[in-house]
Ligand binder design. Sequence first.
Ligand code: NAD
Ligand code: UGA
Length: 448
Amino acid sequence: MNARPQKIVCIGAGYVGGPTMAVIAARCPDVQVTVLDLNAARIAAWNSESLPVFEPGLPEVVRQVRGRNLHFLAQAQGVAALAEADVVFISVQTPTKTSGAGAGKASDLQYVEACARLIAEHARGHTIVVEKSTMPVRAAERIQQILSTTQTGGTFAVLSNPEFLAEGTAIRDLEQPDRVLIGGEDPAAVAALKSIYATWVAPEKILTTGLWSAELSKLAANAFLAQRVSSINALSALCEKTGAEVAEVAAVVGTDSRIGPKFLQASVGFGGSCFQKDLLSLIYLCEHHGLPEVAAYWQGVVDINEWQKHRFAKVVQQVAVSGRIAVLGLAFKKDTNDFRESAALAVCRSLLQAGLEVVAYDPRVDGSRFAAELGHPARFSVASTVSAALAGAGAVAVLTEWEEFKSIAWASVQLLPGAVICDGRNVVDRAAVQQAGYGLRVIGSAAP
Ligand code: NAD
Ligand code: UGA
């Protein structure tokens, strides 16, 4: 095989597979990149003007390379590409298992295993199989086992190359990563994959480790990040009791160069498809390996996050002056259309269960998909503007830090008199709210 791979296939055209392959294709014009997905509608969207993933900068990159050296194909049409691939990335979902051994904690590897079987069946010659999805430590063993028992003549090397991009900043994270991690035991395969990233990433930022370290490092990095959010959120509750301001505390703590200023923003709780599932996967691994104390330590990070979301929802219920609540922000963070595990899902469920009516607004989230996720409750509706969501509400819950929520002209909105704005992101213009005569409750700040 040529030392520098010429043909790459990625299985899974999601939030990771699509943007990652677009950036590889853009940076490596000599490499042909094919992205496959079972979901034909998602592939059609990747081939359209309306991409399935909202990410700043993504449309520009896709436009540059699509049809040139980046091809999105439905799996049934594109599976032949596997025969010629030098490298195959597995970038499918690894959600928490919902049944069987480890249900509720362990990662469900059924989608990954299906990919391994597909590769074993269709690959020819020597193929480097790359775990891009986040896996439990030693998952590569399972992939190797499937490849060796089902193979039809090919040879394989398995590498771990976890992805560290964050949604909303995916293109920047891919173009200027803090690091790229390649774990593997086969030096030729590691060198081949490294040659792709080395096209645009400085060599000292391409870290190589053993397979198991790479797999565990990804879970560990997400656990550390989630732990920081739970730490500042735990302190936010103490700030509300004592009169300390969580933003001030975070700013002071973050000036210590050993701690650093990032990821100390108190919030209504972390969301997204990964933090909770990766923490649960880590907890399961600890329990499985007979380390209950370690499992309990990380469980605390999950528990604080659950508590924070419910604590916030309770405040909204308590302060509302009517049964109609405006929810601003459904995405799990700004600059994404992703609402998987968002704090908004938990808060809306809690408000609806309490018998309240919810009118929601988000600039990017597809409201009908969000409503479907909630089970289409009668008392949930979606407004197309901030002012429409606010009209007649007795309380407002700000759940995503979208820029437009920072400059709402509170004096000209039509909330009920005495309505209270509950800011779960510390983004609302406090002076404007006070001047308009509405109440205000901010996470990590004592009630006036
Ligand atoms: P996603 O659900 O957006 O995309 C996964 C895609 O894989 C789906 O489109 C699905 O149809 C497809 N798929 C599933 N099984 C398939 C199969 N057998 N053949 C072909 N296609 C198949 O998921 P995602 O957010 O892109 O995450 C993928 C992985 O990357 C996860 O393990 C996640 O933990 C990890 N990760 C995600 C992020 C993120 O920001 N979303 C960041 C880093 C790592
Ligand atoms: C996170 C990690 O940051 C990525 O490195 C990782 O690749 C990814 O998970 C993954 O494995 O999926 P992501 O979930 O996209 O990325 O977004 P983050 O910016 O990490 O935010 C996660 C959640 O934490 C959001 O709900 C965000 O609002 C919340 N958060 C973040 C806070 O509440 N406070 C903060 O200070 C930072």
